[in-house]
Design a protein around this ligand. Structure first.
Ligand code: MG
Length: 477
């Protein structure tokens, strides 16, 4: 029986393509759907938005933002309903994606400053092993395009963190503010109000960056990188600066979306994804490229109509309610990924482990890596290994999810003036029955809370203190 099962599994595996077969035996040459044998390792593309909410794509239910390219990508691939980031704000979330580790382990989170700023003295510690650094020994060409936000000083830039090249704004597009009146500047944004640099590798090539054309130029840069790198395995990390406020869009998209400026911006990103997928197809790379589209954190709700939507999820950016940390996530790999809507739990940290496994690279064993291997889900062979998610605000654990249940130890709005509220016993929500976290069921389930507290104790035992990388400022000049 065991043998029969195994044969059947192997046949099914072969029918879903190269990486499926490779899951069983890495030393075996890869086989494409057409039966061609190839030694090529898969290419990886991550498109990472800034502050795009769970409800901001039409394939996630938005009624007036049109995202035909992402809708098609979702129909041809996997649309994940329960996909998380490692933190609810930019810097720690990006550290989690690129290191496969909760930011509490690398010091890339802080209770004094939530993200890095242009006067920050530090960045991602050199001891961290980024996804790009781990892929390099496997022969990968690597490019970072877009927002970095893991340190803007030379030693922290992408080109010192495993990326062969970098083109982008090294932090958020609302930093280096030099003009405009208060909040009104965000509601009628002008490029000259934000003196952000645009860098190529470690040199500033434009300042202020013309943000009107930034999304378009990032896309063009991504297309050129793919065309140029087609003969070697590559990893492209395209981290758009938008739709983080202030919102900017090129002439072609301005005043075109029924959702207004925010819609224009998201629809331009969608069109860019369409161009990238079309380029992969035109270059004959689509069937050997794993593409993931997601966002760094939830919508910035305090910016009114210039912020996005978390759909039916509660709260947004900065918060440990679902709206802060659950993101749209679409995975695409024609001929290999089994098209489906996935309701299992996944996280950006898992992309680290999954991509390293797909590349035949080592996942570091000298440290705790929080990422888990999602290959069984990609290949339609099994469930996600992830059933737990930890929600940190700065260095403090605010909530934990286990299966369908989520316990909040502390709650606070993302950016409101309210103080943190501690809950003992914790608030308990069933995210299946109550995805909007409205109905606290703690009093009915002391046993579930007890089991979750044990999970938290286990987690705490894996933590080692890491120096705060975000708090220190450069001396005033
Ligand atoms: Mg963000």
């Amino acid at each position: 029986m065991q043998d029969a099962m195994t044969r059947r599994e192997l046949l099914r595996c072969a029918s879903i393509g190269a990486a499926g077969a490779a899951l069983w035996n890495w030393s075996r040459p890869l086989t494409t759907l057409a039966g061609e044998r190839t030694e090529r390792k898969p290419n990886f593309v991550i498109v990472f938005c800034d502050d795009l909410g769970y409800g901001d794509l039409s394939c996630y239910g938005h009624p007036t933002i049109r995202t035909p390219n992402l809708n098609r990508m979702a129909a041809e691939g996997q649309r994940w309903t329960d996909f998380y980031v490692g933190a609810s704000v930019c810097t720690p979330s990006r550290a989690a994606l690129l290191t496969g580790r909760l930011p509490i382990r690398s010091g890339m989170c802080s209770d004094r400053r939530r993200v890095l700023f242009p006067d920050s003295a530090k960045g991602l510690p050199e001891t961290e092993i980024t996804l790009a650094e781990a892929l390099k020994p496997q022969g990968y060409t690597t490019a970072a395009i877009g927002k970095w936000h893991l340190g803007h000083l030379p030693q922290y830039l992408p080109t010192n963190n495993g990326f062969d090249s970098y083109f982008g704004i090294p932090y958020s597009n609302d930093m280096d503010r030099v003009g405009g009146e208060g909040r009104q500047a965000f509601f009628d944004p002008k490029v000259e109000y934000w003196n952000v640099p645009l860098m190529r590798d470690d040199k500033i090539v434009e300042r202020p960056a013309n943000q009107n054309t930034i999304t378009k130029r990032y896309t063009e840069e991504a297309v050129r990188f793919i065309q140029k790198s087609k003969n070697k395995p590559f990893f492209l990390y395209l981290a758009h600066n938008l739709p983080h406020v202030p919102l900017f869009t090129s002439d072609e998209f301005r005043n075109t979306s029924p959702r207004g400026l925010y819609g224009d911006v998201v629809e331009e990103i969608d069109a860019g994804v369409g161009r990238i997928l079309a380029t992969l197809k035109a270059e004959g790379l689509a069937e050997n490229t794993y593409v993931v589209f997601t966002s760094d954190n939830g919508p910035w709700l305090s910016y009114d109509q210039h912020g996005g939507s978390a759909g039916l999820l509660r709260e947004g950016k900065g918060s440990t309610y679902e709206g802060g940390m659950r993101e749209p996530c679409i995975m695409w790999w024609p001929g290999t990924i089994k098209p489906a809507v996935i309701q299992d739990i996944g996280a950006t940290m898992d992309l680290y482990t999954t991509m390293l496994k797909l590349a035949g690279a080592e996942v570091p064993t000298d440290r705790v890596v929080d990422g888990l291997d999602l290959r069984p889900v990609l290949f339609g062979k099994g469930a996600s290994p992830r059933d737990t998610m930890f929600y940190y605000r700065g260095t403090r654990l605010y909530a934990v999810r286990k299966g369908s249940y989520k316990a909040h130890f502390t709650t606070r709005t993302g950016y409101g003036p309210d103080r943190p509220v501690k809950h003992d016993p914790p608030q308990l929500y069933h995210l299946g029955h109550d995805p909007s976290e409205k109905y606290d069921i703690a009093k009915d389930h002391p046993d579930i809370i007890a089991a979750m507290m044990k999970e938290v104790e286990r987690h705490r035992r894996t933590l080692k203190p890491a120096p705060d990388q975000l708090a220190e400022r450069l001396p005033a000049s």
